[in-house]
Design a protein around this ligand. Sequence first.
Ligand code: ADP
Ligand code: MG
Length: 445
Amino acid sequence: MSDQVLDLLKSEISAEEYKKFISSLRFDEKNSTSDNIVFLAPNKLLVKWIQTKYADKIAHIYESRTGLKPSVNIRHHSFTGNVKNSAQKTTSNTGKSTSTILNSSYTFENFVVGTSNQLAFGAAQSTAMNPGQQYNPLFIYGGSGLGKTHLIQAIGNYAINQGASVIYTTSEQFLNDFLYNLRNHTMERFRQKYRQCDFLLIDDIQFLSKKEQTQEEFFHTFNELHRLHKQIVLTSDKPPKKIAGFEERLTTRFEWGLMADVQPPGLETKISIIRKKCELDNIYLDDDVINYIAAHMEDNIREIESAIIYLNAHANLLSKKITIDFAMEVMKDMIKERAVNITLDDIIKVIARELNIKPSDIKSKKRAQPIVEARRIGIYLAKTLTPENKMKDLAEFFGLKDHTAVSHAMRKINELLQNDENFQVKVEELKSKITSSKAAKGESV
Ligand code: ADP
Ligand code: MG
């Protein structure tokens, strides 16, 4: 029924909305009850978006069909491997069957290379081209949303095109498969499957932590594939030595080949990635909007992608053009304030310009009211945007006696912020002008 409900929603919303938001939902049978229906969405922004925009509609359709009045809950779940549902089943020319679920857009061509990921990219590409030779295993590690799954699947997509037999699996799926075959006394089949492929790609190997039995089985699989010069590629959130709960004989093997890390992208790379995503999704964004997103979103590229989708969805639905102001408004909740390498001089420059006060006055001992206020705002924003500066640094920079004078200024401004909404808005505006002027210049983080 719950899947049908989503189908019924099709007639109530535009095809584009359906494709963008609803088609990514999965019914969560396990956690649903007759009065609470749970759907899973692949990222947090979609969760928020769908919950506010569509949950009521879904509940209503449900009620009209069943007479029940359930609440509808959208929760976050990162679908392993593949969100876009591009299942491929291929049979290689050797007749070996290969079952992989790869996202067809995770290719080398669609991957933006920067200093943060060039080692991993190069290693992945050369592994795909010369499997079982140089780097075996290839072990890619790094933080969430930095492109590990993209790279390991790019290897898979490339290899499949070359006619190789490829198994892509997450370690959780591997574990489930193992337990299933164990229970059904079909371990022979399991072994055949995993030991006869040309590429074994296991994503997020860290989840095998403390699963001794599965590790044992994987150990033998690994040895056999390695002996046959078949390619093994693994990803993890940490380097082998740092993943807890693994047998040492495995972690040493993980280090046999090449370990390549993916680092958070710098601003330039983020900008290129945003451009690439826009190109792939046919979304047009002005340069200043691109810069704004790059400078303000965290380094997690998955979240950056979601932000673009969210922004575009808003603009489409409201029939508005995505200007920088529109972007700032729409994205204000998603953006964790983050300083973009802002200096004290950047802060003074913007405040001086916006409040029409000379920079030298802000830093002077003058007591005229507008100057005092500008100075206090400067101190407050310096404290928020340049946490690396100590109180005594701020005292020195703003021409104050010592750190107690800085504390005094902070207290005053906090009082004002609490009691005067207009003032709060003014300060927020200044703050966003400082961060976006920095970002627009494309300065490196
Ligand atoms: P991880 O597996 O490291 O958590 P993913 O590979 O799932 O991260 O990446 C999250 C999203 O960001 C994916 O949609 C991926 O296509 C995209 N992405 C990450 N790095 C890049 C990059 N360098 N170029 C293009 N897209 C990227
Ligand atoms: Mg991943």
